[in-house]
Design a protein around this ligand. Structure first.
Ligand SMILES: [Zn+2]
Length: 260
């Protein structure tokens, strides 16, 4: 009983605090704000790629993903408006299709790095076909895009692989700068190695599966950008489409080196 009296008196007190005495103000019926169906944000128009015959171009490439750490790398690249090339392991594409899609939507080049990270240079015809077609399929399923570049794991190639890549429409992309980031899981070491070795026209190899390497990327980009470097995808580095079967290590001269 005492409880009920207390409740009533508290309510009475509360009512004296309301601004308009005796007047029951209907709760403001907030009209739902008229929200137009938000148009899907259009992908920002791609700026024309720089002319790497004149600009100090560098191609950052990331192998073996996608993995959890790839998401952080994509944020880092987005924040700096830098595009890179991802050499994707097929079984990881099947595990993280959403990251493959994100790579593509951000304007990065997505490429083949075999299905199981196999040594393709020593593999049979059947094994090579299996590794490559399964990866192409996994990337296509994730993103709708079929890669035109292959980086053979370990840089291990052969005449047989060259012939098959020519038939499958895949150019072979190797690299010029290797900071051995898989061995040295040390951010400062990776930064130093890449910053020291970078030259215009080079292709830098790193691994987005190692968080230590991902953490090296901001400084690498910021330092090299301050030196006038621009970051391009591998096809942009060579000024166009690459020839299937052919091996590419770095841009050799000022002349365009891609196919028209
Ligand atoms: Zn690899």
């Amino acid at each position: 009983m005492a409880g009920a009296v207390l409740t009533v008196s508290v309510l009475g007190l509360l009512s004296t605090l309301t601004p308009a005495q005796g007047e029951v103000r209907p709760l403001a019926r907030a009209e739902p704000p008229k929200v137009r169906a938000a148009p899907r944000p259009a992908a920002p128009p791609k700026p024309p790629p720089p002319d790497c015959a004149r600009a100090k171009c560098l191609a950052l490439t990331f192998d073996d993903g996608p993995a959890e750490s790839t998401a952080e790398l994509l944020d880092i690249l987005d924040a700096r408006r830098v595009r890179a090339t991802f050499f994707i392991v097929g079984e990881n594409a099947a595990k993280h299709p959403e990251l493959v899609r994100r790579e593509l939507e951000a304007g990065h080049e997505i490429a083949d790095h075999s299905y199981t990270h196999a040594d393709l240079g020593r593999a049979s015809h059947k094994k090579i076909m299996d590794e490559l077609t399964r990866t192409q399929d996994a990337i296509r399923r994730a993103s709708g895009v079929t890669p035109t570049l292959l980086r053979p794991p370990y840089g291990s190639t052969s005449e047989r692989l060259t012939k098959i890549t020519r038939e499958l429409g895949l150019a072979q992309v190797l690299w010029t700068v290797d900071p051995l980031d898989w061995e040295h899981r040390d951010t400062a070491y990776v930064e130093k190695r890449v910053l020291k070795a970078a030259r215009p026209g080079y292709i830098v190899l790193m691994h987005d599966i190692h968080p230590t390497s991902v953490k090296a990327v901001p400084k690498i980009i910021d330092r090299l950008a301050a030196e006038g470097y621009v970051f391009v995808t591998v096809p942009e580095l060579f000024g166009g489409r690459l020839a299937p079967g052919k091996e590419y290590v770095q841009r050799e001269s000022g002349d365009p080196q891609g196919l028209p």
